[in-house]
Design a protein around this ligand. Structure first.
Ligand code: MSP
Length: 778
């Protein structure tokens, strides 16, 4: 049985959990459930990171010892994970004795291999980020606060020795980093400033460039000894990776350096080691040793994008130095941002998962509390994965949460289930009718589309394209709904004609079978709700089915006619807008220090405000965020985020394409700040499919390739462009426009076009030069 060892970052205990932490943990839970149903021997680790000056100071501010402080906050994480139905196998705490022993073993091993030396260092230290940063005294650190000058005799790790090995391992894919944008960030960090080292930039006509350099510059740089070539001929600046300080002596809250206890181990070495100590590294117990042998190396470290340098540079370097195996893959997701910029900017004003659990849980008043929580957790996990393109940043808003819930779950999946199953109950006494009739075109088409989605979903799960998984399943719900409505089974049910009765049976069978497939595919994302649907389909316990690998190789036709349906009840009651207000009210008051911890935890002292405000600018310690606009990708909508503009110059937010103001008009749009502009995620895309939509003469259905994903966009350009002339064109897409439904189809973005002449003929924006798909316009 293949093993799959999966980890989340361990969360700092300086502040209580918020939905940013829940996001990573949900995503990991989805991946873990998927691997379990594939039959993999899955081990899922999460936990808390409890050492370091930041925690020591937070505890001091709260007036309690650091251990007591860490105990309280760590409990608020583990309690919440339980409410959310997270299926981790272990919750590690870095204050666990076993962990500390393992960290010391790693330190001693590195020392014995001469990978560590003692040296004195003066530098600017960011307390918030627990790292030295470049710059003069008082430099503003990545956490937005002035650094402190720290002189210390420290232990240093010979990180510089690993520059070339790391570049080669990453370039070759042996150490896989996803998505590509993060891989490139890590590589450019490792390679140093090759453009600067090459010394000269060719002036005149631009010539083709690789990694920002011309062939000529590479050659010159290599000849001058300033540049070398790594795997794949990638140029790098030798020596760009410096040794790393891995101990601190100015505070005490950490794992003591073995044999020199005035030092504590650098908190990131301590924290990263958790991935091994959790599964037995450093233990003498034979069972633990066997566990380590079995599960190490990790198959996937799932992290937020801001900590990739730690995971993709430091961590593999420590492991290489200690002769230990490297993790197979590191996948970084983006940041959750908040709809209301005012709210998101005020410090400590975060969205708590508990707010959402309480609000959505109230839609199931009859259910026991723990089921209410699981139901609400389903809603949030579905929303986060469906709405925030996995790997990119995206906005969170209560409004979008309620909307998405109603459209996809209450009106979409839930409605499909209840329409189909209640008709079986009414017309066939709750027994699934037989399907032994001639296949008809609509049923065949649904079957083949479902089969295609089974295949693509399998791939997408394997590649952590979780948003694509959710989107494809949602499209299967839509297709099934169209199938059901198109055959008007309610009319067939009224007919006396036996042929109609047969058609009714087959329609209901086919819709039920599609529901079975949808439900099996959705199980990792909606574990609670799919369990209900599985019961209603008469298939019993979905957890058992998952454990028996019955959700694995899905084939059309698995439902057995004659199956007695279970008890039917509504799965996703509609949420009314009042819920938005309830959640907003629960979060509107910036939490005062004493409210920052879950009421349930019995603490004696207040916990200070969160310094990890998820809406604060990403912490750029890992790799500098060169693309501020990337922070607003996702579900930000033009209509809510743009300042009001006079209607005649406003791009028609509800129209099919974004039109520039007519040339003859004098634009009088109000000025916007650059911050407003960067909210619009404009991307280069290629049209790969273009087709007309039956009975809609203005609309074309397009599929566009953004390089990092493919999407469906509906565009009102059918009067001016034929599908044939569009296919293959490189265009500009507004990629972070909230999805809209038109003619029952979802549109994910808009094309950018100028509006020409009196009739407003759209002229698509395009490029005169070759440009990579997905490139951002800014
Ligand atoms: N303790 C370190 C990680 C050590 S791992 C060996 C740390 N902790 S953290 O609590 O600050 O953040 C951990 C993770 O929480 C992030 O990498 C990310 O996965 C998640 N998130 C925290 N805030 C988030 C958002 N606003 N949005 C998305 N994820 C966020 O760094």
């Amino acid at each position: 049985m293949p093993k799959f060892y999966l980890t989340t970052p361990i969360y700092y205990v300086n502040a209580r959990p918020h939905i940013g932490h829940a996001y990573t943990t949900f995503a990991a839970d989805v991946i873990a459930r998927r691997h379990r149903l594939l039959g993999d021997d899955t081990y899922f680790l999460t936990g808390t990171d409890e050492h370091g000056q930041k925690i020591e100071r937070s505890a001091a501010a709260a007036g309690i010892p650091p251990q007591q402080f860490a105990d309280q906050v760590s409990t608020s994480f583990s309690d919440l994970w339980q409410r959310m139905g997270i299926t981790h196998d272990q919750f590690i705490r870095t204050t666990d004795a076993d962990h500390k022993r393992g960290v010391q073993k790693l330190f001693t091993t590195l020392q014995s291999l001469d990978k560590i030396y003692l040296s004195s260092y003066t530098g600017q230290y960011s307390i918030g980020e627990e790292m030295f940063v470049e710059g003069p005294p008082g430099t503003i650190g990545p956490d937005g606060k002035p650094t402190e000058t720290v002189t210390e005799e420290n232990y240093f790790f010979r990180l510089s020795e690993y520059q070339l090995p790391l570049i080669n391992l990453i370039e070759s894919g042996e150490l896989a980093i996803q998505p590509d944008v993060r891989k490139n960030e890590v590589l450019s960090f490792l390679c140093g400033d090759t453009v600067g080292a090459a010394g000269m930039q060719e002036i005149g006509t631009p010539s083709p460039r690789r990694w920002g350099l011309t062939e000529f510059e590479i050659e010159q740089g290599v000849r001058a000894g300033k540049i070398k070539l790594a795997a794949n001929e990638r140029p790098y600046v030798p020596g760009a990776l410096k040794d790393l300080s891995i101990s601190r002596s100015s505070f005490k809250w950490g794992v003591p350096v073995p044999g020199d206890e005035k030092h504590v181990v650098y908190v990131w070495l301590d924290a990263l080691a958790n991935y091994m100590t959790a599964i037995g590294y450093g233990s003498e117990d034979p069972a633990e040793i066997a566990k380590f042998e079995k599960y190490w190396p990790a198959d996937l470290h799932l992290v937020g994008k801001e900590i990739i340098r730690f995971h993709c540079v430091y961590w593999p370097a420590f492991l290489l130095a200690a002769n230990l195996r490297l993790p197979r893959a590191i996948t970084a997701h983006g940041w959750l941002l908040f709809e209301d910029s005012k709210m998101s900017k005020s410090r400590g004003n975060i969205v708590r998962t508990e707010t959402i659990l309480d609000a959505f849980g109230s839609l199931k008043p009859e259910a026991p509390k723990h089921e209410q929580d699981l139901f609400a957790a389903d809603v949030l996990r579905y929303f986060l994965l469906r709405e925030i393109p996995f790997g990119q940043d995206g906005s969170f808003s209560f409004d979008a949460l309620v909307q998405r819930y109603n459209s996809d779950l209450a009106n979409g999946y839930g409605n499909l289930v209840s329409r189909t199953l209640s008709m079986i109950e009414k017309n066939f006494d709750g027994v699934l009718p037989a399907n032994a009739y001639h296949p008809f075109a609509e049923a065949e088409s649904l079957r083949s589309q479902a089969q295609a989605i089974i295949t693509s979903t399998h791939e997408d799960y394997a590649n952590c394209h979780l948003t694509r998984v959710a989107t494809s399943i949602a499209s299967l719900v839509g297709i099934s709904d169209v199938f059901f409505s198109g055959l008007t089974p309610w009319k067939l049910a009224k007919s006396e004609d036996p042929a109609d009765r047969q058609r009714l049976a087959q329609t209901l069978y086919t819709a039920s079978e599609s529901i079975r497939i949808i439900t099996a595919l959705l199980y990792p994302i909606l574990p609670y709700a799919t369990a209900q649907v599985w019961q209603q389909l008469g298939l019993g316990d979905i957890e058992t089915a998952a454990a028996n690998c019955e959700l694995k190789n899905l084939q059309w036709g698995g439902l057995k006619p004659g199956t007695k349906l279970g008890h039917l009840s509504p799965i996703f009651p509609r949420a009314d807008k009042g819920l938005i207000q309830i959640m907003t009210d629960a979060e509107i008051t910036p939490p005062t220090p004493s409210k920052l911890i879950d009421e349930k935890t019995t603490h004696t002292a207040p916990i200070p405000a969160a310094s990890t405000d998820p809406a604060a600018p990403p912490r750029t310690t890992a790799l500098t965020e060169t693309n501020p606009g990337a922070q607003v990708a996702g579900s930000a909508t033009l209509t809510t985020e743009r300042p009001e503009t006079p209607s005649h110059t406003e791009a028609p937010a509800s129209g099919p394409f974004a039109a520039a103001a007519l040339a003859s008009e004098i634009p009088d749009t109000p000025q916007i700040a650059i911050d407003d502009f960067v909210k619009i995620d404009l991307r280069v895309a290629r049209i790969i499919v273009a087709e007309r939509i039956p009975k809609a003469d203005k609309l074309l259905r397009l599929e566009v390739d953004l390089g990092y994903e493919k999407r469906q966009i509906l565009s009102g350009i059918a009067q001016w462009y034929t599908p044939e002339e569009l296919i293959g064109r490189r265009i500009v897409v507004i990629a972070n426009l909230a999805p809209r439904k038109m003619r029952g189809l979802e549109s994910h973005g808009m094309l950018l076009a100028a509006s020409a002449g009196d009739d407003g003929k759209p002229v698509l924006a395009t490029f005169g030069e070759d440009i990579a798909l997905g490139s951002r316009l800014k």
